[in-house]
Write a protein that binds this ligand. Sequence first.
Ligand SMILES: NC(=O)C1=CN([C@@H]2O[C@H](COP(=O)(O)OP(=O)(O)OC[C@H]3O[C@@H](n4cnc5c(N)ncnc54)[C@H](O)[C@@H]3O)[C@@H](O)[C@H]2O)C=CC1
Ligand SMILES: O=C(O)[C@H]1O[C@H](OP(=O)(O)OP(=O)(O)OC[C@H]2O[C@@H](n3ccc(=O)[nH]c3=O)[C@H](O)[C@@H]2O)[C@H](O)[C@@H](O)[C@@H]1O
Length: 467
Amino acid sequence: MTIKNICCIGAGYVGGPTMSVIAQKCPNIKVTVVDINEDRIAAWNHKDLSRLPVYEPGLDKVVEEARGRNLFFSTEVDKAINDADMIFISVNTPTKTYGKGKGMAADLKYIELCARQIARVAKQDKIVVEKSTLPVRTASAIKSILENTGNGVQFQILSNPEFLAEGTAVQDLLHPDRVLIGGDTTQEGQKAIQALVDIYANWIPNERILTTNVWSSELSKLTANAFLAQRVSSINAMSVICENTGADINEVSKAIGMDSRIGPKFLKASVGFGGSCFQKDILNLVYIAKTYGLDEVADYWEQVVLMNDYQKNRFSDNIVSTLYNTVSGKKITFFGWAFKKDTNDTRESAAIKVADNLLSEKANLSVYDPKVTEERIYADLDYLNSRSEEENRKLLKVQNNPYNAIKNSHAIAILTEWDEFKTYDWQKIYDNMHKPAFIFDGRGILDTKALSKIGFICYKIGSATTV
Ligand SMILES: NC(=O)C1=CN([C@@H]2O[C@H](COP(=O)(O)OP(=O)(O)OC[C@H]3O[C@@H](n4cnc5c(N)ncnc54)[C@H](O)[C@@H]3O)[C@@H](O)[C@H]2O)C=CC1
Ligand SMILES: O=C(O)[C@H]1O[C@H](OP(=O)(O)OP(=O)(O)OC[C@H]2O[C@@H](n3ccc(=O)[nH]c3=O)[C@H](O)[C@@H]2O)[C@H](O)[C@@H](O)[C@@H]1O
Protein backbone atom coordinates (compact mmCIF):
# COMPACT_ATOMS: atom_id res chain seq x y z
CA MET A 1 0.00 0.00 0.00
CA THR A 2 1.55 3.33 -1.03
CA ILE A 3 0.34 6.44 0.72
CA LYS A 4 -0.18 9.45 -1.57
CA ASN A 5 -2.26 11.74 0.55
CA ILE A 6 -1.95 12.47 4.27
CA CYS A 7 -4.22 14.58 6.44
CA CYS A 8 -3.27 15.66 9.95
CA ILE A 9 -5.99 16.94 12.27
CA GLY A 10 -4.46 19.47 14.69
CA ALA A 11 -1.94 22.12 13.62
CA GLY A 12 -0.30 22.58 17.02
CA TYR A 13 3.19 22.11 18.43
CA VAL A 14 3.20 18.49 17.25
CA GLY A 15 1.03 18.45 14.13
CA GLY A 16 2.71 21.48 12.52
CA PRO A 17 6.40 20.53 12.85
CA THR A 18 5.84 16.77 12.38
CA MET A 19 3.92 17.16 9.15
CA SER A 20 6.30 19.83 7.86
CA VAL A 21 9.19 17.37 8.16
CA ILE A 22 7.21 14.50 6.60
CA ALA A 23 6.31 16.80 3.69
CA GLN A 24 9.91 17.96 3.32
CA LYS A 25 11.23 14.39 3.26
CA CYS A 26 8.44 12.89 1.12
CA PRO A 27 7.87 15.29 -1.78
CA ASN A 28 5.60 12.75 -3.49
CA ILE A 29 3.08 12.73 -0.68
CA LYS A 30 0.55 15.53 -0.36
CA VAL A 31 0.31 16.55 3.30
CA THR A 32 -2.58 18.70 4.50
CA VAL A 33 -2.65 19.92 8.09
CA VAL A 34 -6.10 21.02 9.23
CA ASP A 35 -7.37 22.78 12.31
CA ILE A 36 -10.60 24.38 13.50
CA ASN A 37 -8.59 27.33 14.80
CA GLU A 38 -8.63 29.77 11.87
CA ASP A 39 -6.03 32.11 13.36
CA ARG A 40 -3.58 29.25 13.78
CA ILE A 41 -4.01 28.14 10.18
CA ALA A 42 -3.66 31.74 8.96
CA ALA A 43 -0.39 31.98 10.93
CA TRP A 44 0.91 28.74 9.38
CA ASN A 45 0.14 30.26 5.98
CA HIS A 46 1.71 33.63 6.80
CA LYS A 47 4.15 34.89 4.18
CA ASP A 48 6.46 36.15 6.89
CA LEU A 49 8.00 32.93 8.25
CA SER A 50 8.89 34.62 11.55
CA ARG A 51 5.14 34.73 12.22
CA LEU A 52 4.57 30.94 12.24
CA PRO A 53 2.48 30.00 15.30
CA VAL A 54 5.17 27.70 16.69
CA TYR A 55 8.70 28.96 17.25
CA GLU A 56 11.22 26.16 16.66
CA PRO A 57 14.81 26.64 15.47
CA GLY A 58 15.02 25.58 11.79
CA LEU A 59 11.28 25.16 11.30
CA ASP A 60 10.96 28.21 9.04
CA LYS A 61 13.37 26.66 6.52
CA VAL A 62 11.47 23.36 6.44
CA VAL A 63 8.13 25.14 5.96
CA GLU A 64 9.60 27.40 3.31
CA GLU A 65 10.78 24.41 1.30
CA ALA A 66 7.58 22.35 1.45
CA ARG A 67 4.70 24.79 1.85
CA GLY A 68 2.69 25.22 -1.35
CA ARG A 69 4.60 22.31 -2.94
CA ASN A 70 3.18 19.33 -1.06
CA LEU A 71 2.48 20.88 2.35
CA PHE A 72 -0.80 22.71 2.94
CA PHE A 73 -2.49 24.24 5.97
CA SER A 74 -6.26 24.52 5.85
CA THR A 75 -9.47 24.82 7.85
CA GLU A 76 -11.37 22.53 5.45
CA VAL A 77 -11.30 19.52 7.71
CA ASP A 78 -13.94 17.40 5.95
CA LYS A 79 -12.32 17.78 2.55
CA ALA A 80 -8.86 16.87 3.83
CA ILE A 81 -10.22 13.80 5.65
CA ASN A 82 -12.06 12.63 2.57
CA ASP A 83 -9.06 13.06 0.26
CA ALA A 84 -6.55 11.29 2.54
CA ASP A 85 -5.41 7.63 2.63
CA MET A 86 -3.84 8.18 6.03
CA ILE A 87 -5.14 10.50 8.78
CA PHE A 88 -3.04 11.54 11.75
CA ILE A 89 -4.90 12.71 14.84
CA SER A 90 -2.72 15.26 16.59
CA VAL A 91 -5.21 17.19 18.69
CA ASN A 92 -4.74 18.22 22.30
CA THR A 93 -5.45 15.75 25.10
CA PRO A 94 -5.44 17.92 28.23
CA THR A 95 -6.15 16.87 31.80
CA LYS A 96 -9.89 16.64 32.46
CA THR A 97 -11.25 19.66 34.34
CA TYR A 98 -14.69 18.24 35.12
CA GLY A 99 -16.55 15.08 36.08
CA LYS A 100 -15.02 11.67 36.74
CA GLY A 101 -11.23 11.75 36.73
CA LYS A 102 -11.20 15.57 37.09
CA GLY A 103 -7.64 16.88 37.52
CA MET A 104 -6.11 13.56 36.50
CA ALA A 105 -7.57 11.63 33.57
CA ALA A 106 -6.92 12.69 29.97
CA ASP A 107 -9.82 14.54 28.40
CA LEU A 108 -10.49 12.61 25.21
CA LYS A 109 -13.36 14.72 23.92
CA TYR A 110 -11.28 16.20 21.07
CA ILE A 111 -10.08 12.74 20.07
CA GLU A 112 -13.62 11.40 20.04
CA LEU A 113 -14.84 14.37 17.98
CA CYS A 114 -12.13 13.62 15.40
CA ALA A 115 -13.09 9.94 15.28
CA ARG A 116 -16.74 10.83 14.78
CA GLN A 117 -15.87 13.34 12.08
CA ILE A 118 -13.73 10.79 10.25
CA ALA A 119 -16.54 8.22 10.58
CA ARG A 120 -19.05 10.68 9.13
CA VAL A 121 -16.94 11.93 6.24
CA ALA A 122 -14.85 8.95 5.07
CA LYS A 123 -16.01 7.21 1.91
CA GLN A 124 -12.95 5.03 1.23
CA ASP A 125 -10.79 2.82 3.47
CA LYS A 126 -8.33 4.75 5.64
CA ILE A 127 -5.49 4.30 8.06
CA VAL A 128 -6.01 6.38 11.19
CA VAL A 129 -2.87 7.17 13.17
CA GLU A 130 -2.91 8.25 16.82
CA LYS A 131 -0.21 10.92 17.05
CA SER A 132 -1.59 12.51 20.22
CA THR A 133 -0.49 11.04 23.55
CA LEU A 134 -3.30 8.79 24.75
CA PRO A 135 -4.17 6.48 27.63
CA VAL A 136 -3.44 2.85 26.88
CA ARG A 137 -6.41 1.18 25.11
CA THR A 138 -7.74 4.38 23.47
CA ALA A 139 -7.37 2.71 20.08
CA SER A 140 -10.22 0.38 20.97
CA ALA A 141 -12.55 3.35 21.59
CA ILE A 142 -11.56 4.96 18.30
CA LYS A 143 -12.06 1.62 16.53
CA SER A 144 -15.49 1.19 18.03
CA ILE A 145 -16.60 4.64 16.81
CA LEU A 146 -15.15 4.12 13.33
CA GLU A 147 -16.50 0.61 12.88
CA ASN A 148 -20.06 1.48 13.76
CA THR A 149 -20.73 3.85 10.89
CA GLY A 150 -22.52 1.20 8.83
CA ASN A 151 -21.08 2.56 5.55
CA GLY A 152 -18.72 -0.37 4.95
CA VAL A 153 -15.51 1.71 5.07
CA GLN A 154 -12.58 -0.23 6.59
CA PHE A 155 -10.27 1.47 9.08
CA GLN A 156 -6.91 0.44 10.48
CA ILE A 157 -5.80 2.17 13.66
CA LEU A 158 -2.13 2.72 14.39
CA SER A 159 -0.42 4.25 17.37
CA ASN A 160 2.57 6.42 16.46
CA PRO A 161 3.38 8.56 19.51
CA GLU A 162 5.63 11.56 19.13
CA PHE A 163 8.79 11.91 21.21
CA LEU A 164 10.02 15.33 20.03
CA ALA A 165 10.93 17.90 22.64
CA GLU A 166 10.10 21.55 22.10
CA GLY A 167 13.00 23.78 21.19
CA THR A 168 14.70 20.90 19.38
CA ALA A 169 11.64 19.65 17.46
CA VAL A 170 13.16 19.82 13.97
CA GLN A 171 16.38 18.03 14.93
CA ASP A 172 14.39 15.44 16.93
CA LEU A 173 12.16 14.80 13.91
CA LEU A 174 15.07 14.59 11.48
CA HIS A 175 17.19 12.34 13.72
CA PRO A 176 14.91 10.58 16.20
CA ASP A 177 16.31 8.03 18.67
CA ARG A 178 13.46 5.84 17.46
CA VAL A 179 10.09 5.99 15.75
CA LEU A 180 7.47 3.81 17.39
CA ILE A 181 4.56 2.31 15.45
CA GLY A 182 1.97 0.06 17.07
CA GLY A 183 -0.76 -1.75 15.16
CA ASP A 184 -2.96 -4.81 14.95
CA THR A 185 -1.32 -8.19 14.66
CA THR A 186 -3.72 -9.12 11.81
CA GLN A 187 -2.52 -9.17 8.20
CA GLU A 188 -4.37 -5.91 7.50
CA GLY A 189 -2.85 -4.39 10.62
CA GLN A 190 0.64 -5.38 9.52
CA LYS A 191 0.05 -3.87 6.07
CA ALA A 192 -0.98 -0.59 7.67
CA ILE A 193 2.12 -0.63 9.87
CA GLN A 194 4.27 -1.21 6.80
CA ALA A 195 2.67 1.75 4.98
CA LEU A 196 3.70 4.04 7.83
CA VAL A 197 7.14 2.44 8.14
CA ASP A 198 7.67 3.17 4.41
CA ILE A 199 7.00 6.87 5.00
CA TYR A 200 9.53 7.19 7.82
CA ALA A 201 12.04 5.02 5.95
CA ASN A 202 12.49 7.95 3.54
CA TRP A 203 14.89 9.50 6.06
CA ILE A 204 15.15 7.29 9.13
CA PRO A 205 17.35 4.15 9.24
CA ASN A 206 15.31 0.95 9.51
CA GLU A 207 16.84 -0.12 12.80
CA ARG A 208 15.40 3.01 14.41
CA ILE A 209 11.84 2.21 13.35
CA LEU A 210 10.32 0.02 16.01
CA THR A 211 7.01 -1.81 15.57
CA THR A 212 4.94 -3.22 18.44
CA ASN A 213 1.38 -4.09 19.27
CA VAL A 214 -0.87 -1.10 19.66
CA TRP A 215 -1.17 -1.22 23.48
CA SER A 216 2.61 -1.35 24.00
CA SER A 217 3.00 1.66 21.75
CA GLU A 218 0.36 3.70 23.58
CA LEU A 219 1.78 2.79 26.98
CA SER A 220 5.42 3.36 25.95
CA LYS A 221 4.70 7.04 25.36
CA LEU A 222 3.30 7.57 28.85
CA THR A 223 6.15 5.50 30.27
CA ALA A 224 8.84 7.51 28.48
CA ASN A 225 7.47 10.81 29.78
CA ALA A 226 7.05 9.41 33.28
CA PHE A 227 10.70 8.22 33.33
CA LEU A 228 11.99 11.55 32.00
CA ALA A 229 10.00 13.60 34.49
CA GLN A 230 11.04 11.24 37.27
CA ARG A 231 14.71 11.98 36.51
CA VAL A 232 14.08 15.70 36.86
CA SER A 233 12.18 15.25 40.11
CA SER A 234 14.91 12.94 41.40
CA ILE A 235 17.69 15.42 40.70
CA ASN A 236 15.56 18.25 42.10
CA ALA A 237 15.03 16.23 45.28
CA MET A 238 18.81 15.98 45.56
CA SER A 239 19.23 19.72 44.87
CA VAL A 240 17.66 20.65 48.19
CA ILE A 241 19.89 18.17 50.02
CA CYS A 242 22.86 19.84 48.30
CA GLU A 243 21.76 23.27 49.45
CA ASN A 244 21.60 22.01 53.02
CA THR A 245 24.88 20.15 53.06
CA GLY A 246 27.33 22.10 50.90
CA ALA A 247 27.37 19.51 48.11
CA ASP A 248 26.89 20.97 44.62
CA ILE A 249 24.18 19.54 42.39
CA ASN A 250 26.13 20.07 39.15
CA GLU A 251 29.03 18.08 40.59
CA VAL A 252 26.68 15.37 41.81
CA SER A 253 24.95 15.21 38.39
CA LYS A 254 28.28 14.89 36.65
CA ALA A 255 29.49 12.23 39.04
CA ILE A 256 26.41 10.03 38.72
CA GLY A 257 25.93 10.73 35.00
CA MET A 258 29.33 9.23 34.20
CA ASP A 259 27.95 5.87 35.29
CA SER A 260 26.92 4.46 31.93
CA ARG A 261 23.90 2.80 33.55
CA ILE A 262 22.59 6.20 34.65
CA GLY A 263 23.80 8.36 31.73
CA PRO A 264 24.44 12.12 31.67
CA LYS A 265 21.24 13.49 30.12
CA PHE A 266 18.24 14.96 31.89
CA LEU A 267 20.03 15.52 35.18
CA LYS A 268 19.87 19.30 35.30
CA ALA A 269 18.37 20.62 38.52
CA SER A 270 15.81 23.35 37.94
CA VAL A 271 13.03 25.39 39.44
CA GLY A 272 10.75 22.54 38.31
CA PHE A 273 9.74 20.94 35.05
CA GLY A 274 7.02 22.52 32.97
CA GLY A 275 5.62 21.93 29.52
CA SER A 276 2.27 20.73 28.37
CA CYS A 277 2.92 17.03 28.83
CA PHE A 278 4.97 15.77 31.78
CA GLN A 279 2.44 16.60 34.47
CA LYS A 280 -0.59 15.72 32.35
CA ASP A 281 0.86 12.40 31.21
CA ILE A 282 1.95 11.33 34.69
CA LEU A 283 -1.44 12.22 36.14
CA ASN A 284 -2.99 10.23 33.31
CA LEU A 285 -0.78 7.27 34.25
CA VAL A 286 -1.73 7.68 37.91
CA TYR A 287 -5.39 7.63 36.92
CA ILE A 288 -4.94 4.50 34.80
CA ALA A 289 -3.22 2.75 37.71
CA LYS A 290 -6.04 3.78 40.05
CA THR A 291 -8.71 2.49 37.68
CA TYR A 292 -7.01 -0.94 37.84
CA GLY A 293 -6.92 -0.67 41.67
CA LEU A 294 -3.12 -0.33 41.67
CA ASP A 295 -2.87 2.27 44.41
CA GLU A 296 0.81 1.69 45.23
CA VAL A 297 1.74 2.18 41.59
CA ALA A 298 -0.42 5.31 41.41
CA ASP A 299 1.18 6.78 44.56
CA TYR A 300 4.68 6.02 43.28
CA TRP A 301 4.20 8.05 40.10
CA GLU A 302 2.17 10.81 41.71
CA GLN A 303 5.15 11.61 43.92
CA VAL A 304 7.01 12.83 40.80
CA VAL A 305 4.42 15.58 40.37
CA LEU A 306 4.29 16.37 44.10
CA MET A 307 8.07 16.77 44.18
CA ASN A 308 7.80 19.16 41.23
CA ASP A 309 5.19 21.27 43.04
CA TYR A 310 7.47 21.33 46.08
CA GLN A 311 10.40 22.54 43.96
CA LYS A 312 8.43 25.46 42.51
CA ASN A 313 7.01 26.49 45.88
CA ARG A 314 10.30 26.27 47.71
CA PHE A 315 11.90 28.54 45.09
CA SER A 316 9.38 31.32 45.74
CA ASP A 317 9.45 30.69 49.51
CA ASN A 318 13.21 31.11 49.43
CA ILE A 319 12.90 34.44 47.61
CA VAL A 320 10.50 35.72 50.26
CA SER A 321 12.55 34.52 53.23
CA THR A 322 15.84 35.80 51.76
CA LEU A 323 14.34 39.23 51.10
CA TYR A 324 13.87 39.63 54.87
CA ASN A 325 10.52 37.81 54.95
CA THR A 326 8.61 40.33 52.92
CA VAL A 327 8.42 41.10 49.21
CA SER A 328 5.41 43.38 49.50
CA GLY A 329 6.03 46.40 47.29
CA LYS A 330 9.49 45.12 46.28
CA LYS A 331 10.37 44.82 42.63
CA ILE A 332 11.50 41.38 41.46
CA THR A 333 12.55 40.86 37.86
CA PHE A 334 11.96 37.54 36.13
CA PHE A 335 14.34 36.59 33.35
CA GLY A 336 12.37 33.99 31.40
CA TRP A 337 8.76 32.89 31.32
CA ALA A 338 8.84 29.99 28.79
CA PHE A 339 8.97 26.47 30.27
CA LYS A 340 12.41 25.95 28.70
CA LYS A 341 14.73 27.81 26.34
CA ASP A 342 14.23 28.09 22.57
CA THR A 343 10.46 27.92 22.67
CA ASN A 344 7.63 30.43 23.01
CA ASP A 345 5.53 27.80 24.80
CA THR A 346 4.62 28.61 28.40
CA ARG A 347 2.24 25.77 29.22
CA GLU A 348 2.73 24.66 32.86
CA SER A 349 5.90 26.77 33.03
CA ALA A 350 7.36 26.92 36.54
CA ALA A 351 7.48 30.72 36.11
CA ILE A 352 3.68 30.90 36.30
CA LYS A 353 3.46 29.24 39.72
CA VAL A 354 6.44 31.16 41.12
CA ALA A 355 4.93 34.44 39.88
CA ASP A 356 1.54 33.59 41.32
CA ASN A 357 3.07 32.85 44.73
CA LEU A 358 5.03 36.11 44.74
CA LEU A 359 2.06 38.16 43.56
CA SER A 360 0.06 36.72 46.45
CA GLU A 361 2.80 38.18 48.67
CA LYS A 362 2.14 41.55 46.93
CA ALA A 363 5.47 41.70 45.10
CA ASN A 364 5.82 43.88 42.00
CA LEU A 365 7.05 41.74 39.13
CA SER A 366 8.84 42.79 35.99
CA VAL A 367 9.12 40.06 33.37
CA TYR A 368 11.42 39.77 30.39
CA ASP A 369 11.38 36.75 28.05
CA PRO A 370 12.93 36.89 24.57
CA LYS A 371 10.09 34.97 22.90
CA VAL A 372 6.96 35.12 25.03
CA THR A 373 4.38 37.83 24.36
CA GLU A 374 2.78 40.12 26.94
CA GLU A 375 -0.68 38.75 26.08
CA ARG A 376 0.48 35.20 26.79
CA ILE A 377 1.97 36.13 30.17
CA TYR A 378 -1.20 37.85 31.34
CA ALA A 379 -3.35 35.02 29.96
CA ASP A 380 -1.30 32.47 31.94
CA LEU A 381 -1.85 34.40 35.15
CA ASP A 382 -5.50 35.27 34.55
CA TYR A 383 -6.22 31.58 33.95
CA LEU A 384 -5.31 30.81 37.58
CA ASN A 385 -8.05 33.14 38.83
CA SER A 386 -5.96 34.00 41.91
CA ARG A 387 -6.78 37.72 41.70
CA SER A 388 -8.52 40.14 39.33
CA GLU A 389 -7.16 40.69 35.83
CA GLU A 390 -6.77 44.34 36.74
CA GLU A 391 -4.59 43.48 39.72
CA ASN A 392 -2.40 41.14 37.66
CA ARG A 393 -1.73 44.04 35.27
CA LYS A 394 -1.09 46.42 38.11
CA LEU A 395 1.39 44.18 39.93
CA LEU A 396 3.17 42.62 36.94
CA LYS A 397 4.71 44.53 34.04
CA VAL A 398 6.11 42.90 30.93
CA GLN A 399 9.26 44.42 29.45
CA ASN A 400 10.90 43.89 26.08
CA ASN A 401 14.38 44.91 27.15
CA PRO A 402 16.27 43.20 30.01
CA TYR A 403 18.10 46.36 31.09
CA ASN A 404 14.84 48.29 31.41
CA ALA A 405 13.25 45.33 33.18
CA ILE A 406 15.76 45.32 36.04
CA LYS A 407 15.80 49.07 36.81
CA ASN A 408 15.33 49.58 40.56
CA SER A 409 14.78 45.87 41.21
CA HIS A 410 15.55 44.31 44.57
CA ALA A 411 16.11 40.89 43.04
CA ILE A 412 16.36 38.98 39.77
CA ALA A 413 15.04 35.45 39.37
CA ILE A 414 16.12 33.23 36.47
CA LEU A 415 13.17 31.07 35.45
CA THR A 416 14.22 29.92 31.97
CA GLU A 417 17.70 28.92 30.81
CA TRP A 418 17.87 31.24 27.75
CA ASP A 419 21.51 31.44 26.57
CA GLU A 420 21.41 35.23 26.23
CA PHE A 421 21.10 35.66 30.02
CA LYS A 422 24.69 34.45 30.35
CA THR A 423 25.96 37.18 28.03
CA TYR A 424 24.50 40.22 29.80
CA ASP A 425 26.54 43.08 31.23
CA TRP A 426 25.96 42.09 34.84
CA GLN A 427 27.95 45.03 36.23
CA LYS A 428 25.56 47.41 34.45
CA ILE A 429 22.62 45.42 35.82
CA TYR A 430 24.05 45.58 39.36
CA ASP A 431 24.55 49.34 39.10
CA ASN A 432 20.87 49.82 38.28
CA MET A 433 19.44 47.73 41.12
CA HIS A 434 18.63 48.40 44.77
CA LYS A 435 21.27 47.15 47.21
CA PRO A 436 21.76 44.56 48.46
CA ALA A 437 21.09 43.12 44.99
CA PHE A 438 19.93 39.51 44.96
CA ILE A 439 19.97 36.89 42.21
CA PHE A 440 17.97 33.67 42.42
CA ASP A 441 19.20 31.38 39.67
CA GLY A 442 16.52 28.72 39.25
CA ARG A 443 18.33 27.17 36.32
CA GLY A 444 21.90 27.08 37.53
CA ILE A 445 23.20 28.86 34.42
CA LEU A 446 25.00 31.90 35.81
CA ASP A 447 28.59 32.20 36.98
CA THR A 448 27.74 33.02 40.58
CA LYS A 449 31.40 33.41 41.59
CA ALA A 450 31.82 36.27 39.11
CA LEU A 451 28.48 37.76 40.13
CA SER A 452 29.44 37.65 43.82
CA LYS A 453 32.62 39.57 42.96
CA ILE A 454 30.46 42.32 41.44
CA GLY A 455 28.52 42.45 44.71
CA PHE A 456 25.41 40.35 44.10
CA ILE A 457 24.10 38.00 46.77
CA CYS A 458 23.52 34.80 44.80
CA TYR A 459 21.30 31.82 45.33
CA LYS A 460 21.77 29.04 42.80
CA ILE A 461 19.53 26.00 42.75
CA GLY A 462 21.39 23.05 44.24
CA SER A 463 24.33 24.93 45.78
CA ALA A 464 24.95 26.86 48.96
CA THR A 465 24.28 30.63 48.90
CA THR A 466 27.29 32.79 47.99
CA VAL A 467 27.79 36.31 49.26
N1 LIG B 1 3.81 19.66 22.70
C1 LIG B 1 4.67 18.68 22.61
O1 LIG B 1 5.87 18.89 22.63
C2 LIG B 1 4.22 17.27 22.46
C3 LIG B 1 2.88 16.93 22.51
N2 LIG B 1 2.49 15.63 22.36
C4 LIG B 1 1.06 15.27 22.34
O2 LIG B 1 0.54 15.67 21.07
C5 LIG B 1 -0.82 16.10 21.22
C6 LIG B 1 -0.98 17.49 20.65
O3 LIG B 1 -0.18 18.37 21.41
P1 LIG B 1 0.14 19.85 20.92
O4 LIG B 1 0.44 19.85 19.46
O5 LIG B 1 1.12 20.39 21.87
O6 LIG B 1 -1.31 20.54 21.15
P2 LIG B 1 -1.80 21.96 20.64
O7 LIG B 1 -2.83 22.41 21.59
O8 LIG B 1 -0.64 22.83 20.32
O9 LIG B 1 -2.51 21.63 19.23
C7 LIG B 1 -3.68 20.90 19.09
C8 LIG B 1 -4.51 21.51 17.97
O10 LIG B 1 -5.62 20.66 17.69
C9 LIG B 1 -6.71 21.48 17.27
N3 LIG B 1 -7.96 20.73 17.37
C10 LIG B 1 -8.58 20.25 18.48
N4 LIG B 1 -9.71 19.59 18.14
C11 LIG B 1 -9.79 19.65 16.79
C12 LIG B 1 -10.74 19.14 15.87
N5 LIG B 1 -11.81 18.42 16.25
N6 LIG B 1 -10.54 19.38 14.54
C13 LIG B 1 -9.46 20.10 14.12
N7 LIG B 1 -8.54 20.60 14.97
C14 LIG B 1 -8.70 20.38 16.29
C15 LIG B 1 -6.63 22.66 18.21
O11 LIG B 1 -7.32 23.78 17.66
C16 LIG B 1 -5.11 22.88 18.31
O12 LIG B 1 -4.65 23.85 17.37
C17 LIG B 1 -1.15 15.97 22.70
O13 LIG B 1 -1.76 14.72 22.92
C18 LIG B 1 0.21 15.98 23.36
O14 LIG B 1 0.21 15.26 24.57
C19 LIG B 1 3.39 14.65 22.13
C20 LIG B 1 4.74 14.92 22.05
C21 LIG B 1 5.26 16.26 22.21
O1 LIG C 1 5.39 14.44 25.23
C1 LIG C 1 5.93 15.54 25.19
O2 LIG C 1 5.31 16.62 25.21
C2 LIG C 1 7.41 15.67 25.19
O3 LIG C 1 7.77 16.01 26.56
C3 LIG C 1 9.14 16.27 26.74
O4 LIG C 1 9.57 17.34 25.92
P1 LIG C 1 9.36 18.88 26.34
O5 LIG C 1 8.34 18.97 27.43
O6 LIG C 1 9.11 19.62 25.08
O7 LIG C 1 10.78 19.37 26.88
P2 LIG C 1 11.88 18.71 27.83
O8 LIG C 1 13.20 19.02 27.25
O9 LIG C 1 11.60 17.30 28.12
O10 LIG C 1 11.73 19.56 29.16
C4 LIG C 1 10.60 19.43 29.99
C5 LIG C 1 10.80 20.25 31.25
O11 LIG C 1 11.78 19.63 32.09
C6 LIG C 1 12.79 20.56 32.41
N1 LIG C 1 14.08 19.85 32.56
C7 LIG C 1 14.50 19.01 31.58
C8 LIG C 1 15.69 18.33 31.70
C9 LIG C 1 16.46 18.51 32.85
O12 LIG C 1 17.56 17.92 33.03
N2 LIG C 1 16.02 19.35 33.82
C10 LIG C 1 14.84 20.02 33.70
O13 LIG C 1 14.46 20.78 34.60
C11 LIG C 1 12.79 21.57 31.28
O14 LIG C 1 13.35 22.79 31.65
C12 LIG C 1 11.30 21.67 30.99
O15 LIG C 1 10.68 22.56 31.86
C13 LIG C 1 9.95 15.03 26.33
O16 LIG C 1 11.35 15.32 26.45
C14 LIG C 1 9.63 14.62 24.88
O17 LIG C 1 10.31 13.42 24.56
C15 LIG C 1 8.13 14.43 24.77
O18 LIG C 1 7.80 14.12 23.41
